[in-house]
Design a protein around this ligand. Structure first.
Ligand code: IMP
Ligand code: MG
Length: 176
């Protein structure tokens, strides 16, 4: 790890906000069972911390997806590298995502999962970068809105590095 990372959101701020997000989810879902679908790999930390704050029956599943080609030209179609293990028809589903940037990935995924006829489908993202949005995506639960900067840590990577940082930071490109 030789890049300098400037802390944007501390470990303590993340923990506090995740408790609040869990309360928001509980307020909306009560004691209904829910299915959390984590999008690999960026969502793993949020999934682990948020799921442990929820008191109702929680099923956990994961998908691994990637955008086709370049998001400047792509139609928003995504490639599914690992699909759901369980059917979600009739279930109350919440997607757990690390960050919504252009909205390409979540816009496609929401349409794709809606076809599987869940009873409800919501999106929970740790980070929202609305300045870069190209597709209109409704984020039901947002941890933090951040400026249009590339961030790492708490699951998010830069070339597969930094996912294990306990905080969210920006890679300082001015330092060598
Ligand atoms: P979107 O399809 O443009 O909304 O991109 C969403 C995906 O791009 C996220 O799930 C991340 O994997 C990745 N991404 C977007 N911004 C960042 C960032 O600042 N740091 C790390 N990954 C990012
Ligand atoms: Mg992602």
């Amino acid at each position: 790890m030789n890049d300098k990372i400037n802390v944007l959101i501390s470990e303590e701020e993340i923990a506090k906000r995740i408790s609040e997000m869990a309360e928001e989810i509980t307020k909306d879902t009560g004691d209904e069972p829910i299915v959390l679908i984590g999008i690999l790999k960026g969502s793993i930390m949020l999934m682990a911390d948020l799921a442990r704050k929820l008191k109702q029956d929680v099923k956990i599943d994961f998908m691994d997806i990637s955008s086709y080609g370049d998001s400047d030209t792509s139609s928003g179609e995504i490639k599914i590298n690992k699909d759901l293990e369980y059917a979600i028809e009739g279930e109350n589903v919440i997607i757990i995502e690390d960050i919504v940037d252009t909205g390409t990935t979540m816009s496609y995924l929401l349409d794709h999962l809606r076809e599987k006829k869940p009873a409800s489908l919501k999106l929970c993202t740790l980070l929202d970068k609305p300045e870069n949005r190209r597709f209109d995506v409704k984020c039901d639960y947002i941890g933090f809105e951040i400026p249009n900067k590339f961030v790492v840590g708490y699951g998010l990577d830069y070339a597969q590095k930094y996912r294990n940082l306990p905080y969210i930071g920006c890679v300082d490109t001015t330092e060598k």
